[in-house]
Design a protein around this ligand. Structure first.
Ligand SMILES: [Zn+2]
Ligand SMILES: [Zn+2]
Length: 378
């Protein structure tokens, strides 16, 4: 699942095309699959919400390619994007070539062809840089960072997320900046786990930057982690401190998922009270918002959408059995910042039955939370 793909709108796109008989008759070789999001076709299609370049400005093949991409039919998507690429090249639309190569790379990555996807993202980024499209470079940097993380190249992943963060700031896109900040935090944590410092005291100290516009959580959390560790006579790995700062920045910007990563980061730092505190907040919100969110593809769904509920926890819902598999098979955090549901299922089930239903105090699950954090460090 890629951060800046357009999955949130797959259902809309699908309905749009499904009701567009003329278009389908023009493309007899393509049979649209059943919508995995909504098995009913009786209600009217929701309004199409364009994202990225206006959908109407894209070629027919690009539009349909996006549709298939969002339905995880990546081979069909790539074939259509390749057609679009030829059109873009013939018409001399360099920016368009960069955009469509980015989408081919996305589909390759989703198909598990990480090396090919990495090269394609790099080419796409180089073109977008040449034409000066900062937004496209920002997206490509994020997606490239995820590919690098999947290959275990965390230092490069950090570098690309930082680049995306800066570009997002340049173009005043706060949401992308916050998602990129979360990427920096997660990747720094993974880097510390993969390459632990022999002597944190010998590393250059991370100075939490003083950001007077945003003095709330990020500064407070990172400095308090540093302080608490030093009270225990320990020096934290400066990369971990930097990770906490970036994750807290993402949380302050509204990225609720950062709570899960902050729980892991504080646990890594040996600060268990803060770790369980963040995990409690995460679990509470997870249960509260489970109804309208697919734990597999990450799409937000309407209240009345037919969805499957996980039999294990009775909390998490999925668009389809396919999306349920996706949530538990997720092999690497690099490709998504969401929980791996198989690891979280038991704890979520206990939270629902003991805290939400029986009204026990949140702290009663502290032991289970510590066990989760110890056994599943990603
Ligand atoms: Zn789904
Ligand atoms: Zn479950």
């Amino acid at each position: 699942m890629y951060l800046f793909s357009q999955k949130a709108y797959s259902h809309d796109l699908y309905m749009h095309w499904k009701h567009s008989r003329v278009l389908i008759s023009l493309l007899p070789s393509l049979s649209l699959p059943l919508c995995p999001s909504c098995l009913s076709s009786t209600h009217a299609p929701p309004p199409l919400i364009p994202l990225g370049p206006p959908v109407s400005s894209l070629s027919l093949s690009a539009q349909l390619g996006l549709c298939f991409q969002n339905l995880y039919e990546h081979e069909k998507a790539i074939a259509l994007f390749e057609e679009d690429k030829v059109i873009m090249e013939e018409t001399g639309n360099r920016g368009g070539v960069g955009w469509v190569m980015g989408n081919i790379a996305l589909s390759l990555a989703e198909m598990g062809q990480n090396n090919k996807a990495t090269r394609m993202f790099q080419k796409s980024m180089a073109i977008s840089e040449k034409v000066g499209d900062k937004e496209a470079v920002c997206n490509a940097s994020c997606n490239l960072a995820e590919c690098l993380a999947c290959a275990g190249e965390y230092a490069d992943a950090v570098r690309h997320f930082k680049k995306a963060f800066q570009l997002a700031k340049d173009i005043d896109n706060e949401t992308k900046a916050d998602i990129s900040a979360m990427g920096v935090g997660v990747m720094l944590r993974l880097q510390v786990l993969a390459e632990p410092a022999a002597d944190p005291a010998a590393m250059p100290e991370y100075e939490v930057p003083l950001d007077f516009d945003n003095l709330a959580d990020p500064l407070h959390l990172a400095t308090s982690a540093k302080l608490e560790a030093s009270l225990q006579g320990r020096i934290l790995d400066p990369r971990l401190l930097e990770a906490i700062h970036h994750l807290a920045t993402a949380l302050a910007g509204g990225q609720g998922l950062a709570r899960l990563h902050l729980a892991h980061a504080f646990f890594d730092a040996g600060l268990e009270d803060s770790a369980t505190g963040f995990l409690q907040q995460y679990l509470a919100r997870r249960v509260k918002h489970a109804r309208t969110w697919c734990g597999g593809c990450g799409q937000t769904r309407s209240e009345d959408s037919p969805m499957l509920t996980c039999g294990g926890c009775g909390v998490v819902r999925f668009c389809s059995a396919e999306h349920q598999k996706m949530a538990s098979k997720r092999e690497h955090f690099g490709r998504s910042f969401n929980e791996k549901h198989k690891d979280m299922c038991g704890l979520l089930g206990k939270w629902r039955s003991k805290v939400v239903k029986d009204g026990l105090p949140e702290e009663s699950l502290n032991e289970d939370m510590i066990a989760y954090l110890r056994n599943h460090n990603l």
